[in-house]
Ligand binder design. Structure first.
Ligand code: FMN
Length: 338
């Protein structure tokens, strides 16, 4: 089937690909993950295995555009120079709020803006945001255009799914391509599938075919857990890049080409876990619960004798100081275990 993509005549600006053009191919990115890839974890990842691109967690445009909401959300937009290129991911359903938010993000000197059109959760979908935009392609296009207007020279990309209740890659890609984002990352599941089935990598060929000749980058996402696999997939399918998500959990070495995760000693894992907990407290004390940090700590601590017992004891840590005491006790008890 040959698709004809209509150029978006009403679009006031041509697409800019900004930093995306400076990346080597295939482009490998770290997925945005709410309550996981926050500023503290990204700082650790940038130090121990920096991916070519990172994204913030998704942040509400409506919240950022309200006087009351903005101060509570700004900690989700903290980033460090070491993370560049860093892309802010936003969600919402009102084009005017996307425009205003894009202006703010440009002032904050982000390297790019990504629009979330894939979040499957009920609260987001009920508002007409995230994956719900797949059902309203005209609104989705307006949102892309409005974001581009506010973004100035920053590239605007989209992260989405391959359909709402069923796979509808042709219709959905055609709508997105008309509004000319710089890049489209496809999480290769429908909204209905949530994360319950294997990602449909067989669909990515079609997406690449539809985008051919448009200058719009296509990246695939879903179930990829190593850098090698990501690169093989990009080569096999002819897409521009691959995004990795959950594989980063407890593993900031995922993107490190000179250091394999399995070569990281138990001692070093503990050191990095502590450093992460310290950064977390410094950045988020009084703003975010330490419960989220506990999940990270548990993920760092696996694969050694006594790990299960240690994870249970981590249930009681509430701050950096608790974590440090527990880690020191663990070091003494398991010092010979690597
Ligand atoms: C805990 C969690 C939070 C997520 N938050 C976001 C988010 O804020 N924005 C987004 O576009 N996708 C989000 N996702 C989806 C991921 O970016 C990614 O598409 C999904 O995990 C599939 O990739 P993977 O199999 O490599 O993990 C999240 C996923 C998880 C597991």
């Amino acid at each position: 089937m040959k698709a004809t993509i209509k150029a978006d005549k009403k679009d006031p600006k041509e697409s800019t690909r900004g930093f995306w053009d400076s990346l080597s191919r295939p482009i490998i990115t770290l997925a945005p993950m709410a309550d996981v890839t926050d500023a503290a974890f990204r700082r650790i990842i940038a130090k121990y295995g920096k991916p070519p691109v990172m994204f913030t967690e998704f942040v509400s445009c409506d919240g950022l555009c309200s006087e009351k909401g903005r101060p509570n959300l700004l900690h989700d937009l903290i980033y460090h120079e070491t993370e560049r290129p860093i892309v802010a991911q936003i969600f919402g359903d009102k084009p005017e709020n996307f425009r205003e938010t894009a202006e703010l993000l440009a002032e904050m000197k982000f390297d790019g803006i990504d629009i979330n059109m894939g979040c499957p959760t009920k609260t987001v979908v009920r508002q007409g945001s995230g994956a719900a935009l797949i059902k309203t392609p005209e609104l989705a296009k307006k949102i892309i255009r409005a974001t581009k207007e506010g973004a100035g020279d920053l590239p605007v990309s989209v992260k989405t799914r391959i359909g709402f209740s069923k796979i509808e890659i042709d219709e959905w890609m055609e709508a997105l391509l008309e509004a000319k984002p710089a890049a489209i990352t496809l999480h290769l599941r429908t909204r209905k599938e949530m994360s319950k089935v294997e990602a449909h990598w067989e669909i990515i060929h079609r997406a690449a075919e539809l985008a051919k000749g448009t200058g719009i980058l296509v990246l695939g996402n879903g179930d990829v857990d190593t850098l090698e696999r990501a690169e093989d997939l990009a080569l096999e399918t002819g897409i521009d890049g691959v995004m990795l998500g959950r594989a980063i959990f407890g593993n900031p070495w995922l993107f490190n080409r000179s250091r394999k995760t399995e070569d990281v000693s138990f001692e070093e894992r503990l050191e990095v876990a502590l450093e992460h907990a310290r950064d977390y407290e410094e950045l988020f004390s009084g703003k975010k619960s330490f419960l989220l940090m506990r999940k990270h700590l548990k993920a760092y601590v696996s694969g050694f004798e006594g790990a299960k017992d240690f994870r249970i004891r981590l249930e009681d840590v509430n701050n950096f100081s608790d974590t440090k005491s527990l880690v020191n006790q663990l070091r003494e008890s398991y010092i010979s275990v690597k």
